[in-house]
Design a protein around this ligand. Structure first.
Ligand code: ATP
Ligand code: MG
Length: 372
């Protein structure tokens, strides 16, 4: 069977990656010129993919050592230090002598070396027992970084997570370490715009104005069209131009949804027409009905009516205009505003500039489909 060229998780290689040339250059330029950078975008638009893409090319290792840490699953400074420490030290564990040097140099924080059973790559992990040990270990790891001759690009993905840690001064601690470590460019990334804005734009917070902000937008239509058509055609699957337009319109060119729809269509192996695209969309949303039912069970009737109204009307600008409220039977503007805020916190709704849309585009299609 042919490899499906439309991946729906992770990063493989540039071959599977569409465009992002300008963004790749901008991030690389920031790293090489020793600036810190913060990337933000709505969920699943391709931040992690972009980081991995910038880090992928071995050729970059001569300019910087890439370190990637995903802190989504961390809940405290202790967790952070374990994930961060493992990422930094594993990036340096390139051969036996480097591993020996790390184990010896950092003996006080008891690093442990092993081989990752999935990737086959060596890693070095830390087991930290409490808050004080976490703080001490961070000191030691940053001290170790400062002693290296190389420049490091350290990506901390899902950075907004730090505000949920119980320790009060995490931002200040990290900021101080980073400021003292001149051979490190940080790449912060996350999807919770208002949390990141709070961290980086509040004059009274440690990270105020300390990084270059970079909003990751959608991949351009032309670039995605070419990527889709060439990946189908070179694998011997015909795809009609109107079918590509329909894919990009259903998914609003949102990376994950484009990838997913194309992945499924490719999997069928048949010629792709507007009809097969529509059929596939119905198949996908029908498969997901149980998930959507569980979403709905989490919602109040007003929440549900708001989501349905956005789904039916497409991305909406004036959610609380009297026209929109009355034609969708939503009631008072004040309660809709409160409900919308709650739906944004729960990540059902995304606000892009002044435009509201649903985060899950297949859920949006399903709501529209069910409404007839
Ligand atoms: N340029 C690209 N070309 C092709 N596929 C991509 C591209 N960028 C991302 N993807 C794919 O799209 C999906 C979403 O991308 P990714 O996980 O990078 O988004 P994200 O913005 O980090 O999302 P989240 O906010 O949920 O962490 C992934 O399956 C990834 O493989
Ligand atoms: Mg991500």
């Amino acid at each position: 069977m042919k490899n499906n060229p439309f991946i729906i998780s992770g990063y493989i290689s540039p071959e599977y990656f569409c465009d992002r040339e300008k963004e790749t250059d901008a991030v690389t330029d920031a790293i090489r010129n020793r600036r810190h950078i913060t990337m933000f975008s709505p969920r699943r638009l391709g931040k992690t993919g972009l980081i991995k893409h910038v880090f992928y090319a071995g050729k970059n290792r001569k300019y910087f050592i890439p370190v990637y840490a995903d802190i989504l699953a961390t809940g405290s400074l202790k967790d952070f230090t374990e994930v961060f420490g493992r990422s930094v030290l594993s990036a340096l564990a390139v051969n036996q002598s480097a591993i020996k040097k790390i184990l010896k140099g950092l003996a006080s924080i008891r690093p442990k070396a092993g081989i990752d059973p999935v990737s086959g790559e060596p890693y070095i992990s830390l087991a930290i027992s409490g808050e004080q040990e976490a703080a001490d270990s961070l000191d030691i790891i940053f001290g170790f970084l400062r002693k290296q001759n190389e420049h490091f690009a350290i990506a901390i993905d899902e950075f907004q997570q730090v505000i949920s840690y119980p320790e009060r001064n995490v931002e200040a601690v990290l900021r101080t370490h980073i400021q003292q470590t001149s051979n490190v460019s940080m790449l912060f990334s996350g999807s919770r715009r208002h949390i990141l804005t709070g961290i980086f734009f509040s004059p009274d917070r440690p990270f105020y104005n300390s990084t270059q902000m970079m909003e990751i937008g959608k991949i351009g239509n032309e670039a995605y069209k070419n990527f889709i058509s060439s990946n189908f055609e070179k694998n011997g699957i015909k795809i009609e131009d109107p079918a590509i337009d329909l894919i990009l319109s259903i998914t609003a060119t949102h990376t994950f949804y484009v990838q997913y729809l194309c992945n499924r269509l490719f999997g069928e192996g048949n010629k792709v027409t507007t009809e097969t695209v529509n059929q596939m969309l119905i198949k996908i949303i029908t498969e997901n009905e149980a998930v959507y039912a569980s979403y709905i069970s989490m919602l109040t009737p007003l929440h549900f009516r708001i989501l349905r109204a956005i789904a039916i009307n497409g991305p909406v600008r004036y959610l609380t205009s009297s026209d929109f409220l009355s034609s969708n039977n939503l009631g008072a503007a004040s309660s809709v505003s409160v409900a919308v805020k709650s739906l944004m916190d729960k990540e059902f709704i995304n606000l892009d500039g002044e435009i509201y849309s649903l985060n899950d585009l297949f859920f949006s299609s399903w709501l529209k489909f069910r409404a007839g």
